[in-house]
Design a protein around this ligand. Structure first.
Ligand code: PMV
Length: 326
């Protein structure tokens, strides 16, 4: 009843923002992401009657409010078991700072937890299970370039993620720039629900996403960097526009975030083609081709206030491993 898994984070090119069902984590819109190889969570789950309560330890610290805790009930419900669990998880990047830690974290808990609970699930079922833990986690089950279908059904059985292209399809890169490792004030879950409820432009977001999905999906398949980068950047700005116009407003950017955004636009004018995307936090993910990574890192080293730079390639999907953390 003990199993371990490794899952990578993913960064959305077309974002998921807003739920139509918050219990089942059903999104208002589909999304497309790249699973990244540099940001990984390793998790061991054990269900055993010897545990008097569920225990969740992340990076050596016991948490009582981890998203993984209520998720254990979903896994137990599916498996028809009642035992408590111990979960030990290790992430090699800052958590809860807008670096998609929930995606790798909840995908790893789902893959390890399902196995530890005696379930034998295929990738579609694992994606649906991961989605119940955190929407974006549905995309970390698969590697490379991934699309999460919105789905139409009320029970969520058609809302899961599939691979569009394998990790080695393309030398597309994501240079992740950490501008702050402080925990963000508004978690994505609260930010999303506030946006759906109070942003007057939310319907415009939903109406225009399908067009972005088509453009980015085709762009990935055709390896059209300009199409993918420019559409992803624009989609990110549209999402942030909905965040900023909720009540109360949510502004995830800090001055360093903005400095980097402006630098990227200047670099483009100078012929260095790169684009930015930003999630529910202040970190900037720079989309570029492999040939430009070194030049971009050099230019970033001249910008003040950057805490860390992590270069990510397309990574593999979540998988079971033999290496247990306890
Ligand atoms: O799955 P969550 O609750 O961590 O939400 C993720 C939301 C964004 O990162 C902002 C967008 C996305 O599609 O990953």
């Amino acid at each position: 009843m003990k199993a371990s898994a490794i899952a990578n984070a993913n960064i959305a090119l077309v974002k998921y923002w807003g739920k139509r069902d918050s219990r089942l984590m059903l999104p208002h819109n589909g999304s497309i992401s790249m699973t990244v190889d540099g940001m990984t969570t390793h998790t061991t789950v054990e269900f055993d009657p010897k545990y008097e309560r569920d225990i969740f330890i992340l990076n050596g610290e016991e948490l009582t409010d981890a998203l993984g805790l209520p998720h254990l009930d979903v896994i137990r419900g599916m498996a028809g078991i009642k035992d408590n669990a111990k979960v030990v998880s290790e992430s090699n990047f800052p958590v809860a700072a807008g670096l998609a830690s929930s995606a790798s974290g909840l995908a790893a808990v789902s893959v390890a937890g399902a196995k530890a609970a005696g379930l034998d699930l295929d990738n579609k079922q694992l994606s649906i299970l991961s989605r119940r833990g955190s929407g974006s986690a549905s995309r970390s089950v698969e590697g490379g370039f991934v699309e999460w279908y919105r789905g139409e059904k009320d029970d969520g059985s058609d809302s899961y993620a599939v691979q569009i292209a394998k990790p080695d399809h393309w030398d597309f890169r994501m240079v992740t720039v950490v501008t702050s490792t402080k925990e963000k004030k508004v978690k994505s879950r609260a930010g999303m629900s506030q946006t759906v409820q109070t942003c007057p432009y939310y319907k415009d977001w939903v109406e225009t996403v399908n067009h972005d999905l088509d453009t980015v999906r085709k762009g990935i398949l055709n390896k059209d960097f300009t199409k993918v980068g420019s559409t992803a950047e624009y989609n990110c700005l549209k999402m942030h526009a909905t965040m900023m116009t909720t009540q109360p407003p949510i502004i995830y950017w800090n001055p360093v975030t903005m400095r980097i955004m402006h630098a990227i636009m200047d670099w483009r004018d100078e012929g260095l083609e790169s684009y930015f995307t930003i999630d529910a936090g202040p970190q900037v993910k720079i989309m570029c081709m492999e040939k430009d990574v070194e030049e971009i890192k050099k230019r970033l080293s001249e910008i003040e206030g950057i805490e860390d730079v992590i270069t990510c390639k397309p990574g593999s999907g979540a998988k079971l491993v033999d290496d247990h953390l306890f």
